[in-house]
Write a protein that binds this ligand. Sequence first.
Ligand SMILES: [Zn+2]
Ligand SMILES: [Zn+2]
Length: 263
Amino acid sequence: MIVEQIWTGNAYRNFNYLVACPETGEALAIDPLDHEKCLHAAAENGWTITQVLNTHEHGDHIGGNSKVIAATGARLLAHQNASNSIPDMDVGLFAGDVVKVGKTVELLVLDTPGHTMSHICLLAQTDEPGLFSGDTLFNAGAGNCHNGGHPIELYETFASQLSKLADNTKIYPGHDYITNNLEFTLAREADNSRAKSLLAEIKDQDPAAALVSTIGLEREINTFFRLQNPTVIATLKAEFPDMPDDPVPQMVFLKLRELRNTW
Ligand SMILES: [Zn+2]
Ligand SMILES: [Zn+2]
């Protein structure tokens, strides 16, 4: 599997992706908002975009579909429940479906509600594991729930799916928010030395050559994976004195999500 992470450079800081089969040169475009950059990258590599996939229905993910499809004739895939919100969808995906790209790439569809209720992530299992996480999981953060989502569902997605992924799973998120998110992690957990050193490492990075993190690294630096960390709980208790000493992980997640909304 070849993954090309495309930095749009737009105000929303979107990442788009091309996932290509090295044998056939067929490619899947994920959320190709910057259609020009995506088409250009495919042409430069000699790839043919045969499929477009949207992780969810927001405009900054579907806005490039029609241009890419007009140029390539690709078919459009998205969550089965997104057909009313994503124009011209060809294939509705269910949890457990496998999206094939060429001969060598297979991507497992995960149904991951929370940011919106028709959000999918793709898990590459064929060679090294990788997760295309859309706006569900970001580097050092989690998606918001303001536009059609639900924080309890997002917690469930983290608890029952994302936290079970192998440590070496690479993370390919829908946006570059790593600096803000690491600063949030450090506001919740000032003694997180890994988050501190990572922030120093990436602060001046070029998003066009961004660090690709892993689930193992996220467990260390993403506060939404650190729900039982004593410092995270103690810092939250200072702001929410009614919280029990030993809160259930869901409560910690919901409080963190709430704080991140206004942070
Ligand atoms: Zn979104
Ligand atoms: Zn987005």
